[in-house]
Design a protein around this ligand. Structure first.
Ligand SMILES: [Zn+2]
Length: 200
């Protein structure tokens, strides 16, 4: 990489920091973008900045939204006594697509992952326990990925929320091991929600 111009190297490093993108893909994306007309790049950069300006985080559930509270929290037809806990907004979107869930959500903004420095205090867990004490939901559904970080988070939360006069459930074992909710198909995910199991 010693012959790579500095500006190019800097840009590749920026892409490399994005989740799920390795150095090879970063390079590919950067070369692709540099081959686009300047107007396209301007539109891309503008959309990014506009989204950052217009999108806010819901103060109740931590979902990304263009209003506060978000559309789901302010929807009167949604069941407020059922909170589905997800790691990311992308997981919330995947569950919404199944149309099998009519409660509200709580977005943790990540999974517990100590090797990567993501300890419980870095996530919206305190906000979740505060919300449970305040809103007194009947059920909390732990809809976390079927991988090590997701399982660690499920285990942590099920212990933390125990004995709170609350039903704690998790998705049915329909999702393949190691899989991510975000990429599960609607039918499998819909089944996993409907057939959720109580954690005792
Ligand atoms: Zn919300």
């Amino acid at each position: 990489m010693t012959n790579t111009p500095r500006a190019l190297q800097k840009l590749i490093e920026q892409f490399d920091r994005l989740p799920g993108i390795g150095p090879k893909t970063s390079e590919k994306l950067v070369y692709y973008l540099l081959n686009r007309p300047k107007e396209d790049l301007k539109e891309f950069a503008d959309s990014l900045l506009r989204a950052k300006d217009e999108i806010t985080v819901c103060p109740n559930c931590y979902n990304f939204s263009d209003r506060s509270p978000c559309g789901i929290c302010s929807d009167r037809s949604r069941l407020k006594d059922m909170i589905c806990v997800v790691a990311e907004t992308a997981d919330l979107q995947a569950i919404e697509k199944t149309t099998d869930y009519n409660g509200v959500y709580h977005v943790l903004q990540g999974n517990i992952n100590p090797p990567e420095g993501i300890t419980p205090d870095k996530l919206r867990i305190k906000e979740l326990t505060d919300r449970i004490s305040r809103d007194k939901p009947k059920e909390v559904i732990l809809a976390l990925n079927n991988d090590i970080a997701g399982e660690t988070t499920t285990l942590y939360l099920s212990k933390l929320l125990k004995n709170q006069n609350l039903k704690i459930t998790r998705l049915a074992k329909g999702l393949p091991s190691g899989s991510e909710i975000e990429y599960a198909d609607d039918i499998t995910l819909g089944y996993a929600i409907r057939d959720r199991k109580e954690i005792k």
